[in-house]
Design a protein around this ligand. Sequence first.
Ligand code: NDP
Length: 394
Amino acid sequence: MKKCVSILGATGSIGQSTADVIDAMPERFEVCTVTAHTDARGLADVVMRLKARRAVIADASQEEALAAALKGYDVMIESGAEALEYAVQSDTDLTVAAISGIAGLRPLMHAIKNSKAVAIANKEPLVAAGDLVKSLALRHDTQILPIDSEHNAVFQVFNPVQRCGIRRIILTASGGPFRTWNEKQIAKATPAQAVEHPNWDMGAKISVDSASMMNKALEVIEAHVLFDMPPAQIDVLIHPQSVVHSMVEYVDGSVLAQMGASDMRTPIAYALGWPERIETPGQRLDLTALSRLEFEEPDLTRFPALRLAYECLGKGPMACLTLNAANEVAVAAFLQEKIAFPEILSTIEFALRQEPDINLDTIDSVEQADEAVRSVALTYIEEHCAGAMKKLKA
Ligand code: NDP
């Protein structure tokens, strides 16, 4: 029996890596639904490559372009926000959630109801609405499989039977493109420099998050949600080689690590094949080519985002949601050259001082809170951030 896979965010970096794994194993997988935001050409290419049954484009103005690109193909085409939310239908065995940002929340929640398993790369819904996502998965008996390489690594070495014997989770971080930069250099960083990751080829938003180490901050919260571990038992170490993707330390002193090449096709293949292991078209780790593995403590002065993650976990779910929403707004503004790199953090800190007072018990309330934080962050950017950018551009 082939596994039927749906891909939310099929045109992105994770979506394309997922397509690579599926394409290499046509005897194991077939594809139900693939989605995109605006990239009609990219979505048509995925449909043709994977012979997907349904294609959903969120931007309704792109439906015509999608239909034209798929003329003659036996595929159902839908468009619009509602079509995206309900994209995953009950013919799906496993959904890969790879939309970028909180925009993935509604499609993810529907996917949890309609698939047997959901492989999640899209960390933002876990950060902003972790409790909702987890309780829905529990109610529908849907297996959650992490794709994010660190959490996938932890998943592989975290023995739930020995939970009491787990001392801590150690998430590794490459340190991003500014790992060796001083504060002055970081203050002048451009979007082009921020998206130039030394080890991983990723979408723009997560690349900027890696440069600010906000990605690791989001991952600390993600680990707390996925593995039910208290923040004090989640540590981060800088590991520039990105070979050890994360570790679990047990009370007896054993440290179990998952290692591999810096290739997202490995964690994706793990999730697609689970509970079995499958071949991947990804790179292999050449152990003889490794001269050394380095680990160091993160520098919270140059990269304060990590400190914010622990503060937010201490405060509760609304602080985590605020961190995520303000970061999304600030990163988008940075990529559009509206704010300077350090202003990503000042925008978030400003928003965290004005957390909305909303009970996060439904998707609607999560979206309402998300909107409120976005509005605060946008106002801050408009009122406080024009100067620094002008100075940098001069
Ligand atoms: P990309 O920006 O490369 O791709 C994002 C995908 O989501 C695209 O298919 C895009 O469609 C779609 N999309 C974006 N916004 C919307 C929206 N508003 N509505 C509907 N669809 C939307 O991102 P990545 O693949 O890099 O990352 C995806 C997720 O995975 C993120 O949450 C990221 O943090 C996480 N992740 C990524 C890793 C990586 O290596 N890239 C590693 C670990 C986690 P379109 O192309 O039409 O714009």
